[in-house]
Each structure stands twice: as structure tokens, then as C-alpha cells.
Design a protein. Structure first.
Length: 353
């Protein structure tokens, strides 16, 4: 069972320079929420300069999922266990002021198969005070259903991102990003069934499979700023999102980086998110309609996340990290679940050369 429609990782969102120090990192993240879902995600990643202007990277991630959320309760079973494995690789090459980066990832779980490709071009101007990047990615997905060999649906997602980064002063950097995504194919859940009933409290007259539109355009605009305060720094960003399903959202984020001596750094973060509902979403469907969703992510909601991460230099080339985020989600118009709380914790170690 897939918990997310797709995780589209593109170099376009944050183009990496080809000349980066050789690194190896091993991390484990644990997600747990009050909707009876736990995800343990160990990951390893490495990057190395194979030439003065060429960098390669390789990564592996596994999500170990255990869930009895409202998504699972709508199935016949009461609990779900699954694993998602993902392998990714990347290549970046510098050509003077121009950097070309490419990436590929393959992920598989018992009912979902995905191939994701990405390419990004990044160019410096004005003595590296201005940087422009343009990226394109595509994800080819096959959606299945556990214990049903006859169920197979396709989903193709294409993504374009353009980013302008500007150095305004020795202490201040700004960034503006526009992203366009187009999804075509099966975007509902093969496990969710929608009750048709007269009211929220009434017993369902019958159930129908969830149906979403097969096409979706997503637009997002992000503006951010990074300002140095001596050895410390602050970051802030705002994201506006809208799509052809009628959802509009706003995200505000802030981060504060505090040096704790020569070996340690503390990062504090806050993120607030709010969105409206999809135009076809209804808390109660009194009759069968063309599009019907039983998905909390398509309902009106807001969330608040706060967290901290501590990094510490354990040795000249060894860095450790600990992090913990706490979140709260409120669903004002989703009958099965009014709110959700949880934590996202992680521990990791990196080798830097």
C-alpha cells in the first residue's frame, strides 16, 4: 500500500554542484503518528568526485511501514505491513559556469513500482552573485493492489522547475522558484471506498471505489531568504500552491541556525501549512458522482510543525546528527479523523573528506 501518491525527487529543486567533497552518510528516521502509523526509514548515501569537475552519487532507502490508519480501516483488513525500497543515483558535470546534473531513482513496494528521471542545468552569472537553474523530471509509475494480480494502473508525472538565486550582500541571499507539475493517470487509492449516505451519522447505503480525475496540473511559487548573523543565520520562506483540482495552499517556514562552539550547531525550525478542499471533495456524498474521494489530504486542513536538529563534529572527518520534529494536523471536514499528531525523529552519521 502506498502512503504517498509519489515522491518526485529532482535535482531541479536544489541543484547540486559537481565539485562537492566526498561524503558518506548513514541515517535512520522514525515517523509515528496518532493515526496508528509508524514508518522506519534507514538510508545510506554517498557522493564522490571522480574527476575535478565530475561528481557521482548513489543512495539506498527503505521504508518499513506498519499502519492501522483510517486508510487501512476502509479495507477489509485492520492492519497493514509493507516495505518500500528505493535506489537512486546521480551525476553532475561542470562546464565552466554551467553545471549539468542528472538523476535516476527506482522504487518498489508490493503494490507500487516507480522510475524517476531528472536533469538540471545551472549557470552562474555576475561573478557567481546570480545563479539560474532549470530542471525537468519525469516519473513513470505502475499502481497495483495487494492480492489482486488483475489490478494494474499507470501514472505519469512530469515536473519542471526554474530557480533564481541572488546574492544581495555578503550576509543575505534570496531565492525565487516556480514549479509546474502535470500528472496523468490513476491518482486515487485502490484501497479506499467512499460511503454513500444521507448524513455523517447515517449508516452507508452502499460503498463505491474512490475516483479522482486522471489529470492534474500543480503550480507552486516559493520565495526564500537566508541572512547571516555573525556565525549564526536565519532562513525564511513562503510557498503558494494551486492546482486544477481546486486546492490552494499556503506554507510559511522559518529556521534558525545557532553555533554552539566550534564543533556543534543547533537548528530550530517551524512550519505552518493550510489548504482548502478539492472542488469535488465532500464530507458526505448523498449519491454516486463522477469523482468521489475519501482522502483527508483533499479535505480542508492546517498543520503546525516545530523541531530541532543538533549536529556535532565527532572527529575531524566524522559528523553526527540528532533531530526531532513534532507535528499537529487538523481536519475540519473529514468525518473519520478530526486531527492527527506525531513525531519525526532521526539519527545519523556522516563521513566528510
Amino acid at each position: 500500500m502506498r502512503l504517498q501518491l509519489i515522491a518526485l525527487a529532482l535535482v531541479a529543486c536544489a541543484a547540486a554542484r559537481a565539485h562537492a567533497d566526498t561524503t558518506f552518510a548513514a541515517k535512520t528516521q522514525v515517523y509515528a503518528d496518532s493515526d496508528h502509523t509508524t514508518v522506519v526509514s534507514p538510508a545510506v548515501e554517498a557522493s564522490a568526485d571522480v574527476a575535478p569537475t565530475t561528481n557521482v552519487s548513489l543512495g539506498y532507502l527503505v521504508d518499513i511501514v506498519s499502519s492501522a490508519s483510517v486508510d487501512v480501516v476502509t479495507q477489509a483488513s485492520k492492519e497493514m505491513h509493507d516495505q518500500r525500497h528505493q535506489v537512486s543515483t546521480g551525476l553532475a558535470q561542470i562546464f565552466g559556469a554551467l553545471t549539468i546534473s542528472g538523476s535516476y531513482s527506482f522504487s518498489r513496494e508490493n503494490d507500487y513500482l516507480s522510475h524517476t528521471f531528472g536533469v538540471t542545468a545551472t549557470r552562474d552569472f555576475d561573478d557567481k552573485n546570480t545563479t539560474l537553474s532549470l530542471g525537468y523530471g519525469a516519473s513513470l509509475n505502475t499502481v497495483g493492489r495487494a492480492n489482486d494480480d488483475n489490478f494494474s494502473r499507470s501514472l505519469t508525472v512530469q515536473h519542471v522547475a526554474a530557480t533564481w538565486t541572488q546574492v544581495f550582500s555578503p550576509a543575505t541571499i534570496g531565492q525565487l522558484t516556480y514549479e509546474l507539475e502535470y500528472a496523468d493517470g490513476y491518482q486515487a487509492s485502490p484501497y479506499r471506498f467512499v460511503p454513500v449516505r444521507l448524513s455523517v451519522d447515517a449508516a452507508p447505503e452502499f460503498w463505491v471505489p474512490e475516483t479522482d480525475p486522471e489529470t492534474r496540473y500543480r503550480h507552486s511559487f516559493v520565495v526564500g531568504v537566508n541572512h547571516a548573523l555573525g556565525d549564526d543565520s536565519v532562513q525564511a520562506d513562503y510557498r503558494f500552491y494551486t492546482d486544477t483540482w481546486g486546492i490552494t495552499s499556503h506554507t510559511v517556514g522559518a529556521r534558525y541556525f545557532k553555533k554552539l562552539g566550534k564543533k556543534a550547531e543547533l537548528r530550530l525550525r517551524e512550519r505552518f501549512y493550510t489548504q482548502g478542499a478539492a472542488t469535488f471533495y465532500e464530507n458526505v456524498y448523498t449519491q454516486a458522482e463522477q469523482f468521489m474521494a475519501y482522502d483527508r489530504e483533499l479535505s480542508p486542513l492546517w498543520s503546525e510543525t516545530v523541531g530541532a536538529k543538533l549536529t556535532y563534529r565527532l572527529a575531524p572527518h566524522v559528523e553526527g546528527e540528532l533531530k526531532c520534529d513534532v507535528f499537529y494536523y487538523s481536519y475540519s471536514d473529514f468525518a473519520p479523523l478530526a486531527s492527527r499528531t506525531g513525531t519525526n525523529t532521526g539519527i545519523g552519521v556522516s563521513l566528510l573528506y
